[in-house]
Design a protein around this ligand. Structure first.
Ligand SMILES: [Zn+2]
Length: 430
């Protein structure tokens, strides 16, 4: 790529900063909450379609159910309702002789949640370097960056040699996968893909897997007051489990660390993500709880297999229960609450990683770290279809929590690097 073109791309991004910020704000102001089994992504997809149309593309909205072979695919997760939740795709054919590329992202967000937000979660308001709102970080900034790249190519009159595909999918949160899967099964394939998830300006060439279980502890035969003492209900069971859990975490640490997680202090974290017993409130009678539910989430290295992971947990859990038979007279029930989410990685020596790193270095004035992202996502679907894929996106915070925000300087930097990479990867005609 000539330095003149590189400079034109960077100048374009600088002079159109307000346009990109407005795009992301508009996307945040258009809620697209995913509340399984349903989701409300349609209005936001329509908005994105409009942006692509105005940039001269011919975007298509398609229903997932209309994709032949999707429902029978082994990765397809059942139990979701996709009526009125279309995927969006726009493909521009290259002039020939270049490599093809998919820029992908998910339009759905987690729900606003019941926690307190300082401001309206759908205001998309800007304070200094931050744009706030549900999905601002995960990942409407990324969708905005992809749409911005599409507009830039048109505004600058750049004809790419390789094909480029812009994709906005539904239902990624909650282990969805089906939106990303639909794109691949429908035949949107390429020589590489960049998913603009918030990667904090790091090239993420790997993702962890994740396993979630819901454990229900129950007291034996209700809670009876006997011999003048207060019964413990489920509290003793839960205490015993919580004390034993570090043993499981320690056991997990014996899993060999994938090289892309070598600098991560805890490559395979084990976390309690919910503890529930109730109902809560001073209006409720004071009672000893006879049931408690715990959500346990642990993460996995790329390459770990479901059968081994499940067997390891079950063996540990059963031995924990067996070690206190008097306590667990009613054995706790275990349910796998979310589908199996595998880890996945590509080789960091691939041209995709190398060339992206060079483009990002030109913008950041230093090579970005190449690492694995701190959790599961849809990237493994691309890898499974033989498409090298990375995550690349801005810096932000509070994804899935209140007061979620994205840092705008990092959004501009991410957009510049992506713009440079698109032109380099696909090639620009005369
Ligand atoms: Zn995301």
């Amino acid at each position: 790529m000539t330095t003149t073109l590189e400079q034109r791309l960077i100048d374009y991004a600088d002079s159109h900063r307000d346009h990109l910020v407005r795009l992301i704000g508009d996307l945040v102001r258009c809620p697209s909450e995913n509340t399984p089994p349903v989701g409300r992504e349609a209005a936001c997809q329509q908005y994105a379609r409009g942006v692509l149309e105005r940039a001269g593309y011919s975007p298509e909205l398609y229903e997932l159910e209309s994709v032949p072979g999707l429902l029978d695919h082994p990765l397809y997760a059942t139990g979701r309702d996709y009526s009125g939740r279309p995927n969006l795709v726009a493909r521009r054919a290259g002039s020939g002789g270049g490599r093809s590329l998919i820029l992908s992202g998910h339009i759905d967000t987690v729900p606003r949640g019941t926690q307190h937000w300082t401001n309206d979660p759908f205001s998309g308001h800007v304070e200094g370097n931050r744009l706030y709102g549900r999905g601002s970080n995960d990942m409407k900034a990324g969708i905005g960056i992809n749409l911005f790249v599409a507009s830039a190519l048109s505004d600058l009159g750049l004809r790419l040699r390789g094909d480029i595909v812009f994709e906005s999918v539904v239902d990624e949160e909650f282990g969805g996968v089906n939106g990303t899967l639909a794109g691949r099964v429908r035949g949107h394939l390429a020589d590489a893909a960049v998913i603009t998830e918030p990667s904090a300006l790091r090239i993420c060439a790997a993702q962890r897997g994740g396993r979630t279980v819901h454990i229900t502890f129950r007291a034996t035969g209700g809670v009876l007051i006997k011999d003048g003492a207060l019964p413990s209900g489920v509290a003793d069971q839960v205490t015993y489990f919580l004390k034993a859990l570090p043993d499981f975490a320690a056991q997990r640490k014996r899993v060999p660390t994938h090289p892309l997680y070598a600098r991560c202090p805890d490559p395979v974290p084990v976390a309690i993500t919910k503890i529930f017993t109730g109902p809560w409130g001073s209006g409720e009678p004071i009672t000893i709880p006879d049931e408690c539910k715990i959500e346990l989430f642990w993460q996995l290295m790329p390459g770990e297999e479901q059968t081994t992971v499940d067997r390891e947990f079950q063996a540990w859990f059963e031995s924990m229960v067996a070690s206190a038979p008097e306590l667990f007279a009613v054995p706790p029930a275990v349910e796998y609450a979310v589908r199996w989410l595998p880890g996945s990685a590509i080789d960091e020596s691939l041209p995709l990683v190398k060339e992206f790193s060079e483009c990002a270095s030109a913008v950041l004035r230093a090579a970005p770290p190449v690492v694995g992202i701190e959790g599961p996502c849809d990237m493994y679907v691309f890898h499974g279809f033989g498409i090298p894929a990375i995550l690349w996106g801005p810096i932000g915070a509070n994804a899935h929590g209140p007061d979620e925000y994205v840092e705008l300087d990092s959004v501009i930097a991410a957009a510049k690097a992506l713009l440079l990479f698109v032109c380099r990867w696909c090639g620009v005609g005369d």
